[in-house]
Design a protein around this ligand. Structure first.
Ligand code: FAD
Ligand code: 2HG
Ligand code: ZN
Length: 465
C-alpha cells in the first residue's frame, strides 16, 4: 500500500482539503518536518501529507478516503514513541490527533475520565488531580505524550508495579477501525463480560487496527504524601535483591527504578544533581506515596547502604530528575539505539553483563552502553551511543540475549518499525498468524500503519509501504 502515482494522490489531497480545510492538510516540507522525524532523530521519512482532523467524523472520513485511494495512514499523537511507529517512510498520510485534545469532566463518583486521543497525559493528570483523583500511568514524556498514543502503545512507565500499564487502566475506547467504521464503548463499566474485548486488543495495537479517538480511563487516589529514597547497590544482582525486599515489605511503593553508573554519571555531567556520592555501580530509586508516614520497612530495608531521603512533593521531584531525565540527556549527546526489554528478575544481572560484553565486542565502552529502567518490573532500557543509525548488529546481539534469557524484546515501547524484524524472537508463528488474521479483519485494505508490528517475512508480512 502506498501513494499510487501522482493522480490518485492529487485527488486524495483535494478530497482531504475539501473535508478538513486546507489549513489542516499540511504538505510544505518545512511545516511537516517535525511530523516525519522520530523523537530520537534516528528515523525519518516523507509523507504525502500531514492531516489534522478535529473530530471523530473527520477521522473516519480520512481513513475511508485513504482506504479508497490505497494510501497508508500513520496515526500520530505526541510523536514521543521510541520505536519509529509514528513516522512515515514514503508517501503515507500522517494522521495527527493534535486537534482532538479535549478532556471531559471527571466522573468524580466513578473515579473515571474520558479524554480525546490527542489530550496530553499532563492535561489529563491536571484534570484528575483537580478532582482529587490521579491517572494511574505516569511517564516522563507527559507534556507531549497523548492518551491515544499511550493506549496504542500500551504505555508502561513508572507506576506499573502499583497500578499496571495502560491495558489495565483503559475501561473503554472510541475507535475508527481500518475500514472507517466507528465503534464506541465509553460507558466505563468495570464488569462487562459480553464477548471479545476490543478495547484490550487496541492496547498495544500501535495504530495498526484503527485510530483511537477517545478513551475512558480508570483513576486512582491522588496521594497527598510522598517519600523517595536513592540507595546504592554494588551491581545489578544486588539491586534486584534490594528491589525484591522492598516489594515484599513496603506497602504503597509507587516507583522502583534503577540507573547504572554510566547513566548517573552522564546526568551528573549535565547539571542534574545525583544524591549519591560516590556514584554507585547501580542507584536504586524507591518512591512511596500515600497518606501520613511511609512504613518503617522502607528505612529498615535500605538499612546501612549509602542512601539519601527526600520528603514532600518538591524534594521528591528533585529525586526523580536523575532517573526521569536520562532519556533527554542521552538525546543531547547523540542519537541512541534504544532497546526496551524485560527479562525475568533473576536474569537481570546476567543480562546486563551480556550487554556490556557484546557492547565491548562492538567497540563501545561502558559509558556508551547505558542500562537503566523500571527495576520493579524487570524492564531495562539499554541505550547504545556511538553507533551508525543503520547498523543494527549490536541491537541484534542484545535482543538475542534477551530471548536467550526468556525475556521480551519490548517491555513497554512496542515494536513499531524499529523492532519488527525481531518480532519472531518474542512471538510464535501461531501467534503471528492469529495477529495477521485480526489485522486483516479490522483493516481489510491493509492501510493502517502497514510497516508497524509486521515482520519483513513470514506470517502477516506484506509489501512495505
Ligand atoms: P506517538 O509517538 O505519536 O505514537 C506511538 C504509536 O501509537 C505509533 O505507532 C502511532 O501510530 C500510534 N498512535 C498514536 N496515536 C494513536 C491513536 N490515537 N490511535 C491509534 N494509534 C495511535 N513509554 C513508556 O511506555 N514508558 C515510559 O516510561 C516512557 N518514557 C518516555 C520518556 C521520554 C522522555 C520519551 C521521549 C518517551 C517515553 N516513552 C515511554 C515513550 C512514549 O512516550 C510512549 O510510547 C507514548 O505512549 C507515546 O505516545 P505519543 O502520543 O507520543 O504517541
Ligand atoms: C523511561 O523509562 C522511558 O525513561 C525511556 O521509557 C527509556 O530512553 C529510554 O530508553
Ligand atoms: Zn521506561
Amino acid at each position: 500500500v502506498s501513494a499510487r502515482g501522482s493522480e490518485p494522490s492529487a485527488a486524495l489531497l483535494e478530497h482531504l482539503r475539501a473535508n478538513l480545510g486546507a489549513d489542516h492538510v499540511l504538505v510544505d516540507p518545512d511545516v511537516t518536518a517535525r511530523y516525519v522525524r522520530d523523537w530520537t532523530g534516528r528515523f525519518h521519512g516523507e509523507a504525502l501529507a500531514v492531516v489534522r482532523p478535529a473530530d471523530t467524523g473527520a477521522v473516519a472520513e480520512v481513513v475511508r478516503a485513504c482506504g479508497a485511494a490505497g494510501v497508508a495512514v500513520v496515526p500520530q499523537g505526541g510523536n514521543t514513541g521510541l520505536v519509529a511507529g509514528s513516522v512515515p517512510a514514503r508517501g503515507e498520510v500522517v494522521l495527527s490527533t493534535e486537534r482532538l485534545s479535549g478532556v471531559e469532566a471527571v466522573d468524580v463518583a466513578a473515579g473515571q475520565v474520558t479524554a480525546s486521543a490527542g489530550a496530553t497525559l499532563a492535561a489529563v493528570q491536571r484534570a484528575a488531580r483537580a478532582a482529587g483523583w490521579d491517572v494511574p500511568v505516569d511517564l516522563a514524556a507527559r507534556d507531549s505524550a497523548t492518551i491515544g498514543g499511550m493506549v496504542a502503545t500500551n504505555a508502561g512507565g513508572t507506576r506499573v508495579l502499583r497500578y499496571g500499564s495502560m491495558r489495565h487502566n483503559v475501561l473503554g475506547a472510541e475507535t475508527v477501525l481500518g475500514d472507517g467504521t466507528v465503534v464506541e464503548r465509553l460507558s466505563g463499566l468495570v464488569k462487562d463480560n459480553t464477548g471479545y474485548d476490543l478495547t484490550g486488543l487496541l492496547c498495544g495495537s500501535e495504530g495498526t487496527l484503527g485510530v483511537v479517538t477517545r478513551a475512558r480511563l480508570r483513576l486512582v487516589p491522588w496521594w497527598p504524601d510522598a517519600v523517595a529514597v536513592w540507595a546504592a547497590a554494588t551491581g545489578w544482582d544486588d539491586a534486584v535483591a534490594l528491589a525484591s525486599r522492598l516489594r515484599r515489605t513496603v506497602d504503597g511503593l509507587d516507583g522502583l527504578e534503577a540507573v547504572d553508573r554510566a547513566g548517573l554519571t552522564l546526568v551528573g555531567e549535565h547539571g542534574i544533581g545525583v544524591p549519591l556520592r560516590p556514584v554507585p555501580a547501580v542507584g536504586v530509586l524507591a518512591v512511596w506515596r500515600g497518606r501520613g508516614d511511609p512504613p518503617a520497612a522502607l528505612a529498615e530495608t535500605v538499612g546501612d547502604r549509602p542512601h539519601a531521603v527526600a520528603v514532600g512533593e518538591a524534594e521528591v521531584a528533585r529525586f526523580w530528575a536523575p532517573r526521569e531525565r536520562v532519556t533527554e540527556t542521552i538525546a543531547r549527546v547523540g542519537v541512541p539505539h534504544k532497546l526496551d526489554v524485560t527479562v525475568p528478575l533473576g536474569a537481570v544481572g546476567a543480562f546486563a553483563a551480556d550487554v556490556h560484553r557484546v557492547a565491548a565486542a562492538h567497540g563501545l565502552d561502558a559509558g556508551r552502553a547505558l542500562v537503566f529502567g523500571h527495576l520493579g518490573d524487570g524492564n531495562l532500557h539499554v541505550n547504545l551511543l556511538g553507533l551508525d543509525p543503520d547498523d543494527d548488529r549490536l541491537d541484534d546481539a542484545v535482543l538475542r540475549s534477551v530471548a536467550g534469557h526468556r525475556g521480551s524484546i519490548s517491555a513497554e515501547h512496542g515494536i513499531g518499525t524499529a523492532k519488527a524484524r525481531w518480532l519472531h524472537l518474542s512471538r510464535s508463528p501461531g501467534e503471528l498468524t492469529a495477529a495477521a488474521a485480526i489485522r486483516a479483519a479490522l483493516d481489510p485494505a491493509g492501510i493502517m500503519n502497514p510497516r508497524v508490528l509486521r515482520p519483513p517475512t513470514g506470517p502477516g508480512s506484506r509489501a512495505p509501504a
